[in-house]
Structures are given as structure tokens and as C-alpha cells.
Design a protein around this ligand. Sequence first.
Ligand code: 2NL
Length: 339
Amino acid sequence: MQEKLLNLQEAALNEIKDTSSIEAVESLRVKYLGKKGEITAILKEMGKLSAEERPVIGQVANKVRESIEGSISSKKEELKDIEKQKKLAEEVIDVTMPAKAVKVGKKHPISQIIDEVSEIFMGMGFSIAEGPEVETVENNFDALNAPIDHPSRDMSDTFYINSELLLRTQTSPVQVRTMKGQELPIKIIAPGRCFRFDAPDATHSPMFHQIEGLVVGKDVTMAQLKGTLDMFVKKLFGENTKTKFRPHNFPFTEPSAEVDVTCFKCQGAGCPMCKQEGWIEILGAGMVHPNVLRNCGIDPEVYSGFAFGMGVDRITMLKYEIDDIRLLFENDMRFLDQF
Ligand code: 2NL
């Protein structure tokens, strides 16, 4: 029996030595030391032994068990260590490898122009005013003296939410809100998104951007309007830029004008940019119509004001020589990256 145990020990130790996985070691532990294992099987036969032999064999059996246990646990440690070293080798970080480039975004060209124009007017003492894109018919049309049959009011030109609400067609309702709710004098610009029921093409987008300006107070004059816009275009397009006011008609201003600036590409000589005219139309402007002041609770006998508006998308397209407005709203990074 002693010999059986020692043979078993030798076999077990040899088998353990040759294993290469923790699972295999574990199954050897079950095979030799488990409840149905081989040592247990031998020990079950101890009953057949004499009283003198029993303690001797018992001692041998314990030694064999201890030696197998010891061998198993040191094999397990050894395998765990190998596994750890393997993992460390796999996870090694090469700090000399070139890093992945971090893509840093930038302002959309339209936001760049809005910020540039806002800076210029803030430098002249204007504040920035904002308002909702969903507006009332009252603020968008009625208060602005738009005739009840004006074509811009038509369902085919304006996105109506219902009979009282719409998507604003210009940022003027922001100024209407300011006149109705704020003390005079007022000196604001209102940049923002506007909407018109237009089929998209190279020059039209149903969503576009505008910046409007408004000054209301005592003794506000057309000369101040011209001086303000003159200074603005010099700052935006260069010191040599000149303005030209052409008579026009808007329902919300009287008198009204369209404002051209000397072409910033050819300084007025004529080139493809200005279609050989030397001038580029950039703004609409005028003195706030007395009806508009009255509609907003301001007495036109005491106060006067000027207002102007410009299309941000058009200015962006001119400045960056973009020939299709839709490119500005497709958000293709290959396009936007250029500005
Ligand atoms: C253009 C022309 C303009 C205004 C906008 C305005 C606003 C109020 C009262 C009076 Cl609250 N006028 N805005 C005035 C003249 C022209 O815009 O061509 N925009 C792109």
C-alpha cells in the first residue's frame, strides 16, 4: 500500500510538472485529491490494515497528499505568473509612437461673419438682441406696417404654424419686441436665422441668416444712418470702401434705400465679382416708418429711428467667393474646412 501511494505520488508530480494551463492543473487536483480521487480510493482500503500498519500508512498518505498539494499550488503560481508576464508584454505602450491627430473644429463661415459684424457694431455702442424663431404674425408683419395683401404674407412665401404663428421671415420682430418692451434710446443689432417658403437653388435657401439693426431715440437722423453704415462697411470691407444709397421701398421704412458698396475685389473698377458694375448691393435701410413706431407704442412726433438689414449668407458667399448657398448648409467638412 505504501508502494502504491509512492507510485501515485510520482505519477502525480510528473503529470503536474507537464501541465501548461491552470484548468489542467485543476483537473489533476480533482483526479488525485478530490473526494472521488485516487488517494481517497487508496485510503478507503485502510480498514483492511492491521492496527500497527495503519498509523504508518496514514502518515505516508498525508505526506503524499501534502506533496501533491504543494506541487499543485506552486504550479498554479508559476502558470499565473507566466500569464501575467504575457499580458504585460501584450499591453506594453510604445510612448515613441506618433500620436493620433486631434481634429480641432472651428466656427462655421456664417458664424464667423455674424461674429465679425457683431464686433464692429458693438464697437459703435450697439447691443446684440435675440428673439424666438417662431413668431407671431403681429410681430413679423402687422407691427411692421406690412399691407394686409403684401405678397410676403402669402402661405406660398411664409411657413405658417397656424393663423397667428409663423417662422420669422426676417429678424425685425426682435426689434419690434425691443421697441415694445424696452426704454428708449434703443441701439441694437439682431442677428439670427430666418425662414421663407423658397425652393432651394444656388441663391435661395428656405433657412437663411440676417442681421438687422435699429436705432431709436430723439433726433435720430438719416445722416446718422449713412454715417453708421459708412463706418460699418469700411471696417468690414476695408478703409477705401464707399457706399451708395439708391431709393427703394420697404413697408417698414420711409424713406427707404438699398445700399451698395464699392466692390472689395476691384475697388470699383469693375470685375467678375461685381459683374463689371464696380458696386455690390449689400444692405437695405431707411428711417423707421411712423406707423411702425406707433404700432410699438412709440410717439413718432417725439422720437425717430433708423433701421437696416443685411443677408449674412450673401455676405459670406461674397467674402469667400462661394457660388452656391446650399454648400453652406450641407455641413460637408471637406467644404467647411476651407474657411
Ligand atoms: C434687407 C432689408 C431692412 C429693416 C430691414 C426694420 C426693422 C424695424 C423697423 C424698420 Cl423693427 N425696419 N428693418 C429696414 C430696412 C431694410 O432689410 O435687404 N435685408 C436683407
